[in-house]
Every structure is written in C-alpha cells, then in structure tokens.
Design a protein around this ligand. Sequence first.
Ligand code: C2O
Ligand code: CU
Length: 573
Amino acid sequence: MAGLFSRYLVLALCLIICLTSISSANAAVRRFKWEVKYEYKSQDCVRKLALTINGKTPGPTIRAVRGDTIVVKLNNSLLTENVAIHWHGIRQIGTPWADGTEGVTQCPILAGDTFTYKFVVDRAGTYMYHAHYGMQREAGLYGSLRVALPDGESEPFSYDYDRSIILNDWYHKSAFEQAAGLSSPQFQWVGEPQSLLIQGRGKYLCNSTTLAKDDVCNATSPECARHVIIFVPGKTYRLRIGSLTALSALSFEIEGHNMTVVEADGHYVDPFVVKNLFIYSGETYSVIVKADQDPSRNYWAVSKIVGRESNTTSGLAVINYYPNPRRDPPTIPPTGPKWNDTDARRNFSLSIKSHPKFIQSPPQTSDRVIVLLNTQNEINGIRRWSVNNVSFNLPHTPYLIALKERLGHFDQTPPPDGYDTAKYDIFKVQDNANATSSNAIYRLKFDTVVDLILQNAQTMNKNKNDSETHPWHLHGHDFWVLGYGKGKFNKSSDPQNYNLVNPIMKNTVPVHPFGWTALRFRANNPGTWAFHCHIESHFYMGMGIVLEEGIEKVGKLPSSIMGCGDSKGYRRP
Ligand code: C2O
Ligand code: CU
C-alpha cells in the first residue's frame, strides 16, 4: 500500500516538474516601453487634445502567448496629470498590485514618474487595456491585448486571419470639463457623444451649425480616414471586437455578412450566428466572418448606438474586398436595429452559452448572495449613481495598501447586501432620501462562492419610464452568468431557473432596463477588486463597489504602488 502510494507520489511529482518546465521553457517575457502624453489628434476630423501612448490612440496592440510575462514600463509624460492603466480581463492572480486601478490597487502614477507593470497572461483570449484614473479612458488612453494559445494547442474554430477592432464613442469636450460638470451642483450631463469611432477613427459632419466655436475641423486629415479591413475573397476572418465606449451601448454589423460568435471575454462560446452583435463597454467578442459575398465591391462595417435615443451618426469602417480600391462602398450603410428593442438585446445576452467542450461547471450553490440595486440619487444636491443607496467614493489610500500595510482609513460600516425589496418599487421614481456616499467595501470570506445580483430600476427622470443599461465589470475574476430576468429579482423563485449546466464565464455583463442579472464567482483571488459600471461617467458618479478577499494571502506589496494618502513617504520595513 505504502509502495503504491509512493509510486503515485513520484509520478505526480514528475508530472508537476515536467509540466512546469514545459510551460516555463516556452513562456516569454515581453517588454514594452510606453510614453503617455497629450497630443492634438483629429480622430473624428475635429481637433482635440487626446491621451496617447507612444504618439498613438488607440495605443499599441499587445500580442502575447498564454503564460508569457508582460512588462510595461510606463513613463508619465503628462505635465500636470497623474495616470494609471488597467489590464481589462487579466485576473492578476498573484499580482493584485498590477491591476492598475487607481485608489483600489495602487496610487496614481505622478506626472513625470515612471511605473512598471508586470504580470502574467494566464489564459488565451481577447482583452483590452485602458486608463483607470478619473475619466481619462475616454480621452483616448486604451488599446488591445490579445493572448494566443501556445503552439500545439488549437481553438474550437478555425480562420485564416485575425484582426482586432476596438469600438468607442468620442466627445469633443475634454474629460476634465465633463468631470467638472458631473460633480458640480449645477449638474451638467455629458450628453450623447459627437462621434462613434471604429479602431480610433470616425467622421464628424463638420459645418458651421454643428461645430462649436473653437473647434477646428479638418475633413481630409488622415487621422480620420476610415478604418479599412481587407477581405481576401474566400478567406475566413476572426474579428476580435471590443468596446470601450464612455457611454454608449452598441450594435455592430457587417453589411451583407453574417457573423458567428465564438468567444466572449476570453471564453469559448457555443457558436451562434448573428446579423448584428450587441456589445457593451468592457466586453470583448470574437466573431468568425467568411469573405463569401460578391467580391466586386466593398461593404460597410457599422456601429450604432442602442439602448439610448441618440442622434449620433453611426460609426463606419470599410470592408475592402481585395483587390478592389479602398473606396467607400456604393450603398447606404445599414441602419441597424431599433434603439429601444430591449427584448432583442436580452435575447442576445441569453444566447451566450459556454462551448460544450470547455464548460467549467459552476458551484451548484452559493455561500452569500449580494443583491445590488442600481439607482440614481441626489446626495447633498449632487446627482449620483448608487448601489443599495450607497454611492461609492474612492479613498485617498488605496484599499490594497490600507488593508495589507494597515495604513489609511476607510469607512468600516459594511455596505448592505441588499435593499428593502418589499417597499422599493423599481418601476417608479423613488426619493431615496436615505442615500449616502461612502468608501466602505464588501469583505468576502476567502474561497467562498458569492452571487452578485444586479437589479435595475427607474432613474430620477419623472417624465417617462426610464431605466438605463449598465455594463458591470468585475476585476480579478471571471464570473458565471447564471441568468437574466425582467422586473424585480425574486430570491426564492428566480434561482430555480439559473443556468447551472453550461453558463458562459465573463468579466463584463449588462443589466438590462428594468431587469436583473445573476452572477456567481469564487472568491479565491487574494486582493482588492473593483466591481463597477463600465460607463465612465456612471462610475465617476459612484456606481461601483469594491470587494476584498484573502488580503492576508497577498504577497509583499511593491513600494512603487505607494506614495499617496497615508502611504506617503512609506517604505516597507
Ligand atoms: Cu475596464 Cu475597472 O475597468
Ligand atoms: Cu451605469
């Protein structure tokens, strides 16, 4: 018996050693040197100060292979502004300090300073990066991060070429001006974007009536020339599509072509075919498209705002069938789906299931259920967004440092795990008189299973039924998407309809108007993690929470993340 056991032990040890040596033999360290600065750009033909990386917006695409270590040496060349960059979709297992979330996992990188991000990309898939400080993301600081499988492994679909596209919306006002408007008593909403960008390019229709007084328009600037994707007839394309809009929910389509959805947020999807892809800020998808249409002409790729009644013109790119000239297609671009067809969008969400060969079964029960009511409020005369009537503020000392090094303070009264479901009518405007703002966080028992239920509700708009779509993004984890429903979540009956068989895992998911979304995850990644609405202005107005798990298991914090709040001048003993 003992002999058998030791033989197994030897076998197991050998297996571990062999496997680790294989992966470390192939894993590469990929080093990048980035300089962040302001430059005049004309992304939609109107000149604007944009945040650039090495002179570009979107910034350089990071390509890596699963298991690689990414090292980004970031030089903050902004003269008067701090910065931080988040690696959206990377779980940062073992490196919670590299998550790039200012106020949660690190102090901001000061103007003139250099900071090095170092982390491992442990799963193949389509990811993104973007600024996570104030409202800087919408000033142009973002890009793609794609992780390939190691040689010898294959994905459950095939294609000839691989292209990354980031969809975005674009404002002519600076992020500063917008932030000031949002946080002042004379509340100034950001409004609809001026343009939609596809891979950083859009076209604003410049004329004397549409152009603001100081705006400079250069309709022939190469910076706003349409983005072109070449299709070689007969070939198959994988388009990796991500959205980093500041506000807008989008529908994306390619004139005359169907798309097969195969990946969502780094997980393989049970393939399904769509004409238009609904995509929310913070989500990524891979779709497979075949260049099988009449090759004698070009086609439009279109992004259109849905979920809000908007006059913003659609974003346009050109699908250029080789070897046609690069010119615009001869047709009027497709107008896309109706903006207010919530059912179509909910059905799309419900269609996304795990690929049968890659199902990671969710735990069948959970240890804790946190219901998160999403509402608009007014607190001390300032318009805010809240969760269970608590509007979130970032502390001066980031939580990771405050908890691990016992420096700095934040509100110790834990925020509520739910709201008064009996009294609160989600369909009506409520006065929410007891709303507060706080920087308190949710502390989770390590390795427990937690359900997060997003509950949508009526906004403060008294004139009409109004409930917005909010894309929620979780840092440090992927969650199982167990269900979407209409109306008020019922704690006893709705869980009976959860998909516990083949749910997709994601890191960003919408909660639809007047509906709910149920998520489950395991709190097994030591650190402090933000969970927030990915709409830039909503998070800025308090729409988020922070979770802590296993803080005692977090390794030694690098002193480079410190220097603000109570960690000023602090050097670890
Ligand atoms: Cu892409 Cu905290 O966000
Ligand atoms: Cu929101």
